[in-house]
Design a protein around this ligand. Structure first.
Ligand code: OAD
Length: 232
């Protein structure tokens, strides 16, 4: 049986594909107010502003490509049973060939009715793939209500966290790439790693995780993944 690797990724894995991270200097949350564009209150205050913000990111995603770190993570599937748990809403892991992905914070290329018939947290039955198209005020779901980004806004539950906890708790190795680990519940996932499972963190900065199991590979994602694969 193949060993299991759980990989948690954050904005840093997509940085070398040209995406700004959120909390680094020059990051998205310096340019935009997170409460305006990425919270449930912000959505109800100004839907147009939120739709425009995600339309912009969708446009940027269309032009972006996976980088060597996304490909290296996908290549682990040759020898390991891999699940990628990503906080990223881009589709660069899919495009690099990863086949088992949990999108904890939603997906940029998808939308859903702001009030679902089945479930307001994003029942897969009501999710619509819009690819890289713009979504504007007045674009409605089949149930007649406004479409919203299929994104987990601040202030909303993270429906896939339980699936992610299961994956981490069963993994032989836990790898974290490019996340500041500031946002819960994703930031707490490492606590579910098995006591004997090594934890690797790839990040150019020190990430404040105080756990004896952690090995920090202090580098950018592309170079860090090369080092990680050599360690395996
Ligand atoms: P952050 O912006 O908080 O953290 C990015 C991390 O990537 C930092 O630790 C950086 O040091 C690191 N980094 C920067 N460049 C890198 C590179 N080339 N290679 C590897 N690492 C690099 O982003 P996240 O931790 O992903 O949520 O943020 C978590 C959540 O907060 C996001 O999913 C988003 C945000 O608000 C929502 O919008 C719901």
């Amino acid at each position: 049986m193949k060993k299991k690797i759980a990989v948690l990724t954050g904005a840093g894995v997509s940085a070398e594909s040209g995406f700004a991270t959120f909390r680094d200097s020059g990051g998205l949350w310096e340019k935009y107010n997170v409460n305006d564009v990425a919270s449930i209150e912000g959505w109800y205050r100004n839907r147009k502003l939120v739709l425009d913000f995600y339309n912009g990111l969708r446009e940027q995603l269309k032009a972006a490509s996976p980088n060597a770190a996304h490909y290296a993570i996908a290549s682990l599937e040759k020898d390991y049973d891999v699940c990628v748990i990503t906080q990223n809403v881009d589709n660069l892991h899919e495009r690099a060939g990863s086949t088992n992905i949990i999108h904890l914070h939603g997906e940029l290329t998808k939308v859903r009715p702001e009030h679902g018939i089945y479930d307001d947290t994003g029942s897969e039955r009501e999710v619509i793939d819009v690819g890289y198209d713009k979504v504007v005020l007045g674009d409605k779901a089949p149930n007649g209500v406004q479409l919203r980004p299929h994104i987990v806004f601040f202030g909303e539950v993270v429906p896939k966290i339980e699936a992610a906890i299961d994956v981490v708790s069963e993994a032989d190795i836990f790898l974290i790439v490019g996340s500041s680990l500031q946002v819960y519940p994703a930031a707490g996932l490492y606590r579910y790693a098995r006591p004997d499972a090594p934890i690797y963190i790839i990040d150019p900065k020190d990430v404040p995780v105080h756990d004896f199991r952690v090995t920090l590979i202090k580098d950018v994602a592309t170079k860090g993944m090369e080092k990680f694969i050599k360690e395996l």
